[in-house]
Design a binder for this molecule. Sequence first.
Ligand SMILES: Cc1ncc(COP(=O)(O)O)c(C=O)c1O
Length: 396
Amino acid sequence: MQATTIDMNLAELEESILGGTTARRNDAVIARGEGCWLYATDGRRYLDLTAAQGVAMLGHCHPALSQAIAAQAQTLIACPNFLYNDVRARFAAKLVEVLPPHLNHIFLANSGAEAIDGALKFARLTTGRTRAIAFRSAFHGRTVGALSLTWEKKYREPFQPLLDVTHLPYNNLAKADEALDESIAAVFLEVVQGEGGVNLGDGDFLRGVQQFCRERGALLVIDEIQTGFGRTGRWFGFEHHDLQPDMICLAKGLGAGFPMGAIAYTDCVQEKLYPGAHGSTFGGNPLASAAGLAAIETYQDEGLIERAAVMGDLFLRRLREELADVVLVRDIRGIGLMLAVELRQKAGLYLKALMEDHGVLALPAGPNVIRFLPPLVIAEDEIEIGVRALRTVLQQ
Ligand SMILES: Cc1ncc(COP(=O)(O)O)c(C=O)c1O
């Protein structure tokens, strides 16, 4: 075994063991990160305009986050869940501080999909109903509960039958009015659909769905896994539309790179919960709690939420200026630092060229869309590198 490990290159080694469900873009092996940059073992560096799938909101290895994790790692890593823990208590209080006052209870999990699955259970307990509504192009994760809410056929079909979920057209209030009856436990909604193409929710649609939920006794669950913690230029995406969700699901920016998830919910949901209704061995682990606490403190101390709004406007404006005459571009849209360039062709080859020819990392969002989810600390000159590289690639 030892000899095989040493003889194989690291990309091949990883592929041979971990290659089952993940397609890698090429054979770069990333070994270090700092700010918006990732460094590979062959000496190349990459401008990470994905923030590692939208999680490294503080940039890679922000000293405040790295130091908090290192200090906690030398103090207490695991704590029995049946005992209180100092850092978990401080983290929960900090999280509640940045949430609206009606979302004053938290369940701590380890990932986005796990938060969504928990919210499904909480909605069933609270309402005594089982059915859910989600929207076309929605992405809520890939565990069985979350997958039932995810729209994309290629993810769902091999795993049918899934839970009883009706998918409605996004931004179509009349269809929501028709479908939302008294059998529905919850409506799961993204205020901006991330994986689905950076589709912006319309304010009247979002508020209308909330009103139907209230009238018909369903819970409104907003998936803030990608939009949370400043991504859209506000702490949470729902704040743009003055919504009052019954639950929100969090992950990505919650730990700014440390694997975490959470559900924030109201008194009304809390009343129906009881010890054992849900649980997680690792959720709220002291190491994760220290990371979450440091992440939120850093968003606050460095004014990163406000900064995301300013840098997002700049990024969007520069994309529109630089790509105005590029025929391949069908649309440029976004909010805060969640941006999309929709092409008239498939985006895959352009994403590969961006990486290989210009050292710039971006994400797909559906077949034709190039998506940028940069760290909130991104600087003006880094935006410029990304925009110019994209222009060159799209003109070739
Ligand atoms: C909006 C949204 N919901 C849920 C998820 C699933 O999160 P995770 O991959 O942590 O399970 C994602 C992941 O990209 C997401 O963007």
